[in-house]
Design a protein around this ligand. Structure first.
Ligand SMILES: Cc1cc2nc3c(=O)[nH]c(=O)nc-3n(C[C@H](O)[C@H](O)[C@H](O)COP(=O)(O)O)c2cc1C
Length: 324
């Protein structure tokens, strides 16, 4: 079993130290480990050119991104792992953009529902299947690292890291919200923090090889989140008792009693979180239905002609507003 640790922070600084601490524990628990620091890597953002989808649709066994940069180093390391532990710094309240660039290029093009459905069709037609590493179950753990001394300035750190789970249907077994680094100085001085990071490595290593429904571990920080799936603290509120976890996309019922707010989540909702088979298929069918509605609209001759005419002003924006 192989566990990949990725640090999106500076070399030998906090993210590196904490993810390596997790990897030492994973090694101790019997895993092979690999560490990558991304600071010197160039990982551009997704250009939405659809090259990756075309690889899949024309029958290739591998899905590739056509941008020529260092993304492929991380991509290959990820395919080969059975578990992943990511540490990334919080910049401007959210996770550093390089992490999101990596996620955008890797995850949506490997959406598990699309991979499974593509393989079903190929099997029926006797064609070669997609690389089996795309549909491998993996366990994950996350470390969000921030300088601020309260959670106030790291609010989107862990939620953004958890977005890495859903396309590949990973199961997260723990996270650490390592804020307050400005005061801590070095994470090495905070022994409890280091123990929490180490517990992530142990949890991922111990989970690998087990089916998801047999793993109910939560490691790292104490489980004080509100969502029962991602264990984050964030909620979308629409003025009613119905509240949504924006990371998992599931709905709960909020109640107030004896001076305390609670949120109750049904089993049905938990089972439709984005990082579950039901959740990923819900999204798959949503996209299929969009295509059914959108394509006839755009190919309707009247609509097509109207769009062409109207587009003239958008194409010539600079000339019209005098920006030339
Ligand atoms: C551009 C920039 C923005 C930052 N914004 C935040 C922030 O909003 N909240 C926070 O807690 N820390 C913020 N920090 C501090 C980093 O999260 C902190 O230094 C962290 O330790 C960096 O990880 P590293 O030490 O592994 O490189 C910011 C740092 C930089 C460079």
């Amino acid at each position: 079993m192989k566990i990949l640790g990725i640090s999106f922070g500076r070399r030998n600084e906090r993210c590196d130290i904490m993810v390596k601490e997790a990897l030492f524990a994973a090694k101790e628990a019997g895993a092979d480990v690999q560490f990558i620091n991304t600071m010197a890597l160039r990982i551009d953002h997704c250009h939405a050119c659809d090259y990756c989808s075309r690889c899949r649709d024309r029958g290739d066994t591998e899905i590739h991104c056509c941008l020529q940069d260092d993304y492929h180093i991380l991509e290959e390391a990820y395919y080969d792992c059975d578990g992943v532990i990511i540490a990334a710094p919080v910049y401007a309240v959210g996770i550093v953009g390089q992490f999101k660039n990596f996620l955008d290029r890797l995850c949506p093009s490997h959406d598990r529902a699309v991979v499974v459905e593509t393989n079903k069709q190929r099997a029926a037609e006797g064609k070669p299947l997609l690389d089996s590493r795309y549909s491998k179950d993996r366990y994950s753990a996350y470390i969000s690292v921030g300088g601020a001394n309260t959670r106030n300035w790291v609010a989107l750190g862990l939620p953004m890291l958890h977005l890495f789970d859903f396309s590949f249907l990973q199961k997260c077994v723990g996270h650490v919200d390592a804020y307050d680094q400005g005061n801590t100085g070095s994470p090495i001085l905070d022994r409890d923090l280091m123990r929490r990071c180490a517990s992530l490595g142990t949890a991922v290593a111990n989970a690998i090889g087990k089916p998801y429904d047999q793993v109910d571990t939560w490691a790292g920080d104490p489980d004080d989140g509100v969502c029962p799936v991602c264990h984050c603290r964030m909620l979308n509120f629409n003025g009613t008792e119905d509240v949504e976890c924006p990371i998992c996309g599931i709905w709960g019922k909020m109640a107030y009693k004896d001076g305390k707010f609670t949120v109750t989540w049904s089993e049905a909702e938990k089972n439709r979180a984005r990082s579950t088979v039901n959740g990923i298929y819900e999204h798959y069918y949503e996209i299929q239905n969009m295509v059914k509605i959108c394509v006839p609209k755009l190919t309707d001759p009247d609509n097509a002609a109207f769009i062409q005419r109207e587009m003239e002003k958008y194409r010539h924006f600079d000339e019209i507003v005098g920006n030339v």
